[in-house]
Ligand binder design. Structure first.
Ligand SMILES: [Zn+2]
Length: 262
């Protein structure tokens, strides 16, 4: 069984209901945190997860809502028994280490970080074995120029697969990465229904409708929307209908702290 705990489901502007997007993926002998926004430790605490339990971390890109909790997470787990295994693009990983150095120059340097960096390609796709039977695949998506952003897919023993795609406009590469996943977790920073005048491509983000299109095109039966913009997150029913677009796609708009088992 693979469990996905939705620690946060909001976009860059958290509110009382939704914190910055973060996930905790758990399977037997495997745990990974996904994203480390400013409130990530509080998000973990609310889910009753100690920072020392976080074995791995994937960070999609360097923007603050995904990265600014990293130095505090590292500081508070620096005495954990095992180093944190960080999976991030080459540039993103360098920024995360810099954040540690500038915020805690005495505590967070060299071995004291208790960190092992697995720098991923920011050119195309890459594959890494994370644990027996668990494979990570990543692909570059289309966010702001100069801010390389990766989408990720985890395959568990060839049985269960899930993908996470955020901070991007739709691309063909996303469809290829997430093909046939049991669960696609995709951003919906905008809503085509609630914000008909918005131009998500200009912001390098997606609508709930576009997330639904990607899920259908890639043959994913289930879609969970995250990174919800502050206005649209209050209208889950509208977003579900928008993403479903009359199809039989199973669309979830979960609240912070909710979980899905695969
Ligand atoms: Zn973001």
């Amino acid at each position: 069984v693979v469990e996905v705990l939705f620690l946060g489901t909001g976009g860059g502007s958290p509110d009382a209901e939704r914190g910055n997007t973060a996930l905790l993926i758990r399977a037997p002998e495997f745990t990974t945190l996904v994203e480390a926004g400013p409130g990530v430790e509080r998000q973990l605490a609310r889910a009753d997860v100690r920072v020392a339990e976080v074995e791995r971390l994937f960070v999609s890109h360097r923007h603050g809502d995904h990265a600014l909790g990293f130095p505090m997470l590292i500081l508070n787990r620096r005495h954990a028994e095992t180093p944190l295994q960080l999976y991030a693009g080459l540039n993103t990983a360098a920024v995360l280490e810099t954040l540690c150095r500038v915020t805690f120059p005495r505590h967070l340097i060299g071995d004291r970080l208790n960190l092992r960096v697995h720098a991923l390609s920011e050119q195309g796709t890459q594959e890494a074995v994370l644990a027996p039977g668990v494979t990570l695949r990543t692909a570059l998506v289309a966010h702001h120029p100069g801010v390389p952003t990766l989408a990720a897919r985890w395959d568990f023993a060839g049985e269960v697969s899930l993908a996470y795609v955020t901070d991007t406009r739709p691309t063909a590469g996303i469809v290829a990465l997430v093909r046939d996943c049991d669960l696609l977790i995709h951003e919906a920073s905008f809503s085509a229904v609630l914000q008909p005048g918005a131009d998500p491509a200009a912001h390098n983000h997606s609508t709930a409708q576009q997330a639904g299109d990607i899920a259908r095109e890639a043959n994913c039966p289930r879609l969970a929307l995250v990174h919800l913009g502050p206005e649209i997150g209050r209208h889950p029913d509208v977003l579900v209908k928008e993403a479903r677009a009359g199809s039989d796609l199973d669309v979830l708009v979960l609240g912070d702290g909710e979980r899905v088992c695969l």
